[in-house]
Design a binder for this molecule. Structure first.
Ligand code: 7TS
Length: 410
């Protein structure tokens, strides 16, 4: 696999070329959201300039073109996920909405007292709270997989919980946003299916940091966000197996999702429209398709390899630093481009503020993973997260700025 031509790629991202607090920006907050290449910005602009109209409605040229762009984008997502049935792709605002949709619709219909939903301590709040809500509504119980000291899931414990025969669905993350851990989804899927349960994969990080093939992964549902993979905010997709989606009631009611409306009842439009009430985010879909074209042009496997090389380089330099506490798997090959850490007694917010004053953008906080923070006995961590356009020089800038933090707090 050829290494990325990072210099050339950086030329595609206007936001990277600016000074912040008098220093060239080093953007290491990619797990929160990625920057956008001109190819995506141009696609959104072209759509609004030339084709803007509402979809599936007017019988006029612009509406036809908007519908074609919107449905073409859906086909693009289907291709990206390795499915040939675009009706299995539901547009959402992002991962959070996709998971809420499944929890409310599938969960509301299929869960009851005595049923269990299997989660893990490393889940993002977006893959916890929707299940708490539906558990409260239906009387179902939440079960949790522990996370090891190194930041991995314990599959023996999973087997033990599954052997109880009560788990109806497991909802687990593909890649941890706080640790970088890449979970063995295929192995998990096989175990979950053998126990007669379904698997929802939170793909917010997974879709952005490596190839995704929902069939090869063995997922039943896969949710992701456009903004983490070079696309616009406010757009994402939920993929689900057709027979599951077809058996689920609508999540929201409104225009676009109906077939016939009577005074007291309505019938639903077929998939995927059943789950798409109201005027959708058409420009977002167009931008997301352009982002997927861009990423596939670069090569998702090469992007992951690039991130892993940066993580290896960063870990090599950070490990000897006095006072450093690193989180996540030791082996850079077992994680995507995330490095979570603490440095001496410095509060992560102070670390982040000092780094920002040298133009280095990282994130500090609980990363919407309070259960995981509690597991490690910390309130927060500092987190640097890499993407295709980051360089070894930027890792050096991170390390140098952390030396400053050390001197300040020494
Ligand atoms: N799941 C994971 C694993 C995530 O990392 C995130 C966002 C979400 C779900 C929710 O995605 P959304 O697009 O619907 O908001 N993670 C982060 C983060 O790590 N820092 O900011 C957002």
């Amino acid at each position: 696999m050829a290494p990325l031509d990072v210099d050339r790629l950086r030329g595609d991202f206007p936001a990277l070329h600016q000074d912040v607090n008098g220093h060239p920006l080093v953007y290491l907050d990619n797990a929160a959201t990625s920057q956008k290449p001109v190819q995506v910005l141009d696609a959104v602009r072209r759509y609004y300039e030339a084709d803007n109209a509402n979809v599936h409605r007017g019988i006029h040229e612009l509406s036809r073109r908007a519908t074609e762009a919107y449905e073409g984008a859906r086909n693009r997502v289907a291709g990206f996920l390795g499915t040939d049935d675009p009706a299995e792709v539901i547009w959402t605002r992002g991962t959070t909405e996709g998971i809420n949709l499944v929890a409310a619709s599938w969960g509301g219909e299929n869960l009851g007292p005595g049923d269990e939903i299997l989660l893990s301590e490393m889940e993002h709040h977006s893959n916890l709270v929707p299940w708490q809500l539906v558990a409260r509504r239906t009387g179902a119980t939440l079960r949790y997989l522990d996370v090891s000291d190194e930041g991995t899931l314990n599959l023996d414990q999973m087997d033990e919980i599954l052997s109880g025969g009560r788990v109806r669905l497991a909802a687990l993350t593909h890649i941890s946003n706080a640790l970088g851990t890449i979970n063995p989804i295929r192995e998990i899927a096989d175990r979950v299916h053998a126990a007669g349960a379904l698997l929802l994969v939170d793909g917010a990080q997974g879709a952005a940091h490596g190839p995704v093939d929902v069939a090869a992964l063995g997922a039943d549902f896969y949710a992701f966000s456009g903004h983490k993979l070079c696309g616009p905010t406010g757009i994402g997709a939920l993929w689900g197996r057709r027979e599951l989606l077809e058996a689920m009631p609508p999540y929201m009611g409104g225009g676009e999702m109906i077939s016939i409306v009577e005074r007291d009842m309505s019938t639903w439009a077929p998939l995927p429209h059943t789950f798409e009430a109201g005027t959708p985010n058409i420009s977002g879909a167009v931008g997301l398709a352009a982002a997927l074209d861009y990423l596939e042009g670069v090569g998702p496997a090469a992007i992951l390899a690039h991130e892993q090389a940066l993580v290896a380089y960063a870990l090599e330099q950070l490990r000897p630093m006095p006072g450093i506490r690193l989180f996540g798997p030791e082996d850079p090959g077992a994680r995507a481009g995330v490095v979570s850490f603490l440095l001496g007694d410095a509060h992560p917010h102070d670390i982040s503020t000092i780094l920002d004053s040298s133009g280095v953008a990282i994130r500090a906080g609980h990363h919407c993973t309070q259960l995981l923070m509690r597991r490690y006995g910390v309130a927060a961590t500092a987190r640097a997260s890499f993407y295709l356009y980051n360089t070894r020089d930027e890792v050096d800038r991170l390390v140098t700025s952390l030396e400053t933090v050390r001197t300040i707090f020494a």
